[in-house]
Design a protein around this ligand. Structure first.
Ligand code: SF4
Ligand code: SF4
Length: 209
């Protein structure tokens, strides 16, 4: 199959990984959504606030999104072990890393394209669903919530700069911080996404069409 074509779960495409580390350097652009923030904090056994402060920063010009910090001359992702080149949060890695070199096209329909950005040049092919589910079933678990997050960002980002600062702060706290780690994380994220909409539209900055 031509790798520029849309790929479904049963499509076969060039997919292979030898953990060469190349896709974890020159980063600073790995997006991290609230479900990742909660899952990774839990995995690292640290508080959400500490995690956000130590390992993430605002995504440039994409408020209120955040990215994982990159460090050193090579701008290596802070979670990449610089001796083994392995991802130290592999079990809970963000969607962008999980699907790479695939790029989501339409997650509601499980459609992807192959970016062909893996530096490994060979023609080993694999089915998309095998690739996605090779890592602790994160794709299946987080796909829905990830899609909901993307939809929210598409709605609010174009208007973010004209939202009053106080409301921005309220939304950021709600989306990233207001969680009980002992309760169901997915349900809380979905609830906070909806609550964000209520604040956003309720303030009558904009009308929903
Ligand atoms: S560039 Fe390719 S081979 Fe290297 S770590 Fe990334 S996916 Fe694996
Ligand atoms: S989160 Fe893991 S896979 Fe993703 S860029 Fe960082 S080290 Fe690499």
């Amino acid at each position: 199959m031509d790798e520029k074509e849309l790929l479904g779960l049963k499509s076969k495409t060039t997919l292979n990984c030898t953990i060469c580390d190349k896709c974890c350097e020159h980063r600073g652009d790995i997006k991290i959504t609230p479900i990742n923030v909660l899952e990774i904090s839990k995995y690292l056994k640290i508080g959400v606030e500490e995690f956000l402060d130590k390992y993430t920063e605002p995504a440039p010009n994409e408020d209120p999104e955040r990215v994982i910090k990159a460090v050193g001359e090579k701008m290596r992702c802070i979670f990449n072990d610089n001796t083994t080149f392995k991802c130290t949060i592999h079990e809970v890695e963000p969607m962008q890393c999980l699907v790479f070199p695939l790029v989501p096209w339409d997650l509601n329909k499980d459609l992807f394209i192959n970016s062909n950005q893996c530096v490994l040049k060979n023609d080993k092919k694999m089915k998309v669903d095998k690739w996605l589910n090779s890592n602790h079933k994160i794709y299946k678990r987080n796909k829905f919530i990830y899609q909901k997050w993307i939809e929210l960002m598409e709605e609010i980002q174009p208007w973010w700069k004209i939202i009053p600062k106080e409301t921005q702060g309220k939304i950021v706290n709600l989306l990233y911080l207001e969680y009980d780690m002992n309760k169901n994380l997915e349900k809380q994220v979905l609830k906070n996404i909806e609550e964000t909409r209520r604040i956003f539209y309720g303030k009558r900055h904009f009308n929903r069409s």
